[in-house]
Design a protein around this ligand. Structure first.
Ligand SMILES: [Zn+2]
Length: 478
């Protein structure tokens, strides 16, 4: 008992994310070892327990991102103005293969730190830049050096899945990863199904089944993956409850019914779908099929990796679509289907359920102790705290994440990561940027960052400019 650390988080507004969606004011959360030992008012803590004052703040489970390409964090913000086509050309066809193992390491290290800093305690590293097992080892090394919870979803966009998944080296790596898996580092397979009627992806799925690894797949991505991929997975028995369909935006009813029937879930990356063009963020329609949803941020080459953005944009996109559909029919939406509590649930329990981790995603006695305190006494946005779910979804941001606990260990305290050498991550990423910039040449580097404008942005002649503004203030035209 003596060697188990204890932490008690006092007097917070606790969102335990239990099935009742409780809101508990002035409540404590006690952590002993790696588990939640209690949630309640005035809890007694073991001697020597660290006390964290959460008064005025919100305590919620650590958030779970089910789809991040962490390796791309090394190129943070570079593709801000890209479309999905420009992304594909840059990473898949031209420059993605220039990433060395140390570049995968650098991106993963920075992205993993970014995640825990934002209160994202579990991240699926959708790692599709693994051109060799050396790249994969580098990805794992980075994940193991950061005190978060991760799932390596092994992928390789430089080869077809039926080639790389079945190679003896990769298979060996996957087997080793499976054998060594812990509740801090899991392993999956990540590849896409392109809809070829001969279903060439079958051998890759068979390896996944043999090894007992879940598959995560970009599905329903405009111009890339479609209903044929879903149908082939389903007809061949590879659509399972642990399959995560990322985006699932450009799909028909038949595909959604197949996903629902097999118990799979959807990872919605709203900020990505809105900007890159995979399809309209699908939450507004998947509720008709009762398909479980989790949230994700996709890649920091465009967006940052905090789920506050995911919650906010998902609410916005869902409501925008409802209003738009109603207005087209001449109607008015008077009550929104999607509520703040739903997106907070997707960012926590939803992710846990997608990963089949019953021990994560809620603050209940016996669960793993992954939790976040949102509290920023110096911020005018921190009060009044009237609607905690609404506060998390629409008011809070990553700078308000005061404390983060993973597996019972405080990894962020007083708004600062604990025991993290950020300068090492900075050096690693700078080396990667230097390498890529040098390998590409300055002109290609700049062109990649600044795509050409389409050139059809003609401004219409405006008939309302016939009079100057000063006149219009005295002569009112009806
Ligand atoms: Zn993705």
């Amino acid at each position: 008992m003596a060697e188990l650390g204890a932490v008690v988080v006092r007097h917070g507004t606790v969102l335990p994310m239990d099935t009742a969606r409780s809101v508990l004011t002035d409540t404590d959360v006690l952590v002993v070892g790696d588990r939640i030992a209690g949630v309640g008012a005035g809890l007694e803590a073991p001697p020597g327990a660290e006390e964290i004052d959460a008064s005025g703040g919100i305590v919620m489970p650590g958030m779970i991102d089910t789809h991040r390409h962490l390796w791309q964090t090394a190129m943070r913000g570079y593709g801000a103005d890209w479309t999905l086509t420009q992304y594909f050309v840059w990473y898949y066809l031209e420059h993605g293969r220039k990433f060395r193992p140390q570049d995968i390491y650098a991106g993963n290290l920075l992205g993993a730190l970014e995640a825990i800093d934002a209160g994202v305690t579990t991240t699926v590293d959708w790692s599709h830049g693994l051109q060799s097992v050396d790249h994969a080892a580098a990805a794992v090394e980075a994940l193991q050096s950061v005190p978060g919870r991760f799932v390596l979803a092994y992928g390789n966009i430089q080869a077809a899945p039926w080639e790389w998944v079945t190679s003896p080296e990769v298979r060996g790596f996957l087997q080793k990863g499976k054998d060594a898996a812990t509740d801090r580092l899991g392993i999956q397979l990540a590849f896409d199904v392109l809809g070829d009627p001969s279903f060439p992806e079958r051998p890759a799925f068979e390896v996944a089944r043999d090894l007992g690894l879940p598959v995560t797949t970009h599905a329903g991505v405009w111009g890339a993956t479609n209903d044929d991929g879903i149908r082939l997975m389903h007809e061949n028995g590879f659509a399972t409850p642990d399959t995560v369909y990322v985006h699932a935006a450009t799909l028909n009813e038949d595909s959604y019914l197949r996903i629902a029937a097999t118990g799979g879930s959807i990872s919605v990356s709203t900020e990505s779908e809105q900007s890159a063009g995979q399809g309209y963020p699908p939450t507004w329609q998947v509720r008709r099929y009762d398909i479980p949803v989790s949230l994700s941020m996709d890649t920091s080459v465009w967006w940052s990796g905090d789920l506050f953005s995911a919650m906010r944009t998902t609410l916005g996109a869902d409501r925008a679509r409802e209003h738009l559909e109603a207005h087209v029919a001449g109607e008015t939406v008077t009550s929104s289907h999607l509520r703040a509590e739903h997106v907070v649930e997707w960012a926590t329990r939803g992710g846990a359920s997608a990963l089949r981790r019953d021990d994560l995603g809620s603050l209940e006695k016996g669960r793993k102790a992954d939790l976040v305190v949102i509290k920023n006494d110096h911020s005018p946005v921190s009060f009044p705290l009237l609607n905690p779910y609404g506060h998390v979804a629409f008011q809070a941001q990553r700078g308000d994440v005061q404390t983060v606990i993973v597996d019972g260990v405080v990894v962020k305290r007083d708004h600062r990561l604990v025991g993290v050498d950020l300068s090492a991550a900075r050096t690693a990423v700078e080396n990667t940027v230097d390498h890529l910039r040098g390998a590409l040449g300055e002109e290609t580097w700049q062109a990649g960052m600044h795509p050409e404008l389409p050139g059809d942005d003609k401004v219409l002649d405006n008939p309302y400019t016939y009079t100057d503004y000063a006149d219009s203030s005295t002569h009112h035209h009806s």
